[in-house]
Design a protein. Structure first.
Length: 364
């Protein structure tokens, strides 16, 4: 029986899914945020551990954790412009989140790549107008017969959206790479040394770079999500080096050829060196991204379950980044100072001189 179930999961889970551009869901009364007076953006990313396969939950307390995410995003995080969610595979929990009235009001532009073109587990919410979408389904999906790992079943890929940012456009992408199941808690290098999925992750990084790199020739771009490698991993340089895979001299030393650039991790935090969730940036010929603050953990309160237990919102941290666009000619390498009128704040709340740009998270 177990063997038959495994065959069904591997076969059905790896069935061909679409690659059409995802649909943009737009609230009827959308009042998206205007960025005409500033060049800053706040983007959050969270892997919600919402693994559900063929109607069976492979993660714990998905519905109640997604309900808590809904309350926190809908009521308490109106300072965010973009929210990237990974592992949103459970249909009921995900749709309740996306269809929530307050979430839809805060983020009138939403993309559900799980529903269409299918699989991936990726969701993108935006307070800014989304003009266009693209989707890349990784050709390298992993070993589907190892169904207990669920990666191949998920149909992973890259979801990209062209977003209006004041008078200009930017690209924002969401992704989730294949996981490492060979990690030893005693070694940060174990996923490089003994990871059966390493070749698939390397192939996915090559596909991601080939898909996203051309966008940056004309438009600044950000990509966030769960990359499933640490900063000390060799896979980190698949992003930071000009080429993927990096050339031998770049792979060893981290040096780059003159006039060539890779992607830059933004909002780096030295206190979370073991993190596998990132936002990466790549500027255009004329502009580049710069982090105003290090990445900040948000929505850290535990979730109160009906049973009386409390659990974390997810097995990954929720991270928020505040970024600005700088001209290449700007030698200061600093974001412009926020004024009271341009400070990021919940929509509809009057500006207060000296007020913090960060919203608080209520337990939920």
């Amino acid at each position: 029986m177990l063997l038959a179930s495994g065959v069904a999961v591997a076969t059905l889970g790896c069935a061909e899914r679409g690659t059409d551009p995802p649909r943009i869901e737009i609230s009827e009364k959308s009042a998206s945020r205007i960025h005409s007076e500033r060049n800053s953006i706040r983007i959050a990313t969270i892997n919600m551990w919402g693994v559900s396969v063929l109607g069976f939950d492979w993660a714990e307390d998905i519905d109640e954790r997604f309900a808590a995410l809904t309350r926190r995003v809908g009521k308490n995080r109106s300072d965010l412009d973009i929210v990237l969610v990974q592992e949103a595979w459970k249909d009921g929990a995900r749709r309740a989140f996306l269809d929530d009235r307050e979430v839809a009001s805060q983020f009138p532009y939403r993309i559900d790549a799980v529903e269409h073109p299918g699989g991936s587990g990726l969701v993108l919410l935006s307070a800014l107008p989304i003009e266009e979408t693209r989707f890349l389904r990784f050709e390298s999906q992993g070993n589907c017969w190892k169904f207990w790992e669920a990666d191949c079943i998920g149909g992973k890929g890259v979801l990209a959206a062209r977003v209006r940012f004041g008078s200009q456009f930017i690209w924002v992408a969401n992704t989730h790479l294949i996981a490492c199941y060979s990690a030893s808690l005693d070694s940060e290098q174990s996923c490089d040394e003994s990871d059966d999925n390493g070749e698939y992750r390397a192939a996915q990084l090559k596909e991601l770079r080939a898909f996203l790199d051309p966008f940056s020739k004309q438009t600044p771009i950000l990509v966030g999500g769960d990359f499933n490698f640490r900063r000390t991993s060799r896979y980190y340089r698949f992003m930071s080096s000009p080429d993927a895979p990096p050339r031998p001299d770049e792979a060893v030393s981290g040096t780059q050829r003159e006039g060539s650039v890779g992607w830059a991790e933004v909002g780096e935090r030295e206190t979370v060196s073991d993190r596998i969730d990132y936002v990466w940036s790549r500027g255009s010929d004329r502009r580049r991204w710069h982090a105003r603050f290090p990445a900040e953990r948000i929505m850290t309160s535990d979730v109160d379950l009906i049973s009386g237990r409390t659990v974390p919102l997810s097995d990954h941290p929720a991270l928020v980044y505040e970024l600005c666009l700088l001209d290449e000619a700007d030698a200061t390498d600093q974001c412009p100072r926020l004024t009271p009128d341009s400070r990021l704040r919940p929509r509809g709340v009057p500006s207060v001189s000296g007020a913090s740009p960060r919203a608080t998270d209520e337990p939920g």
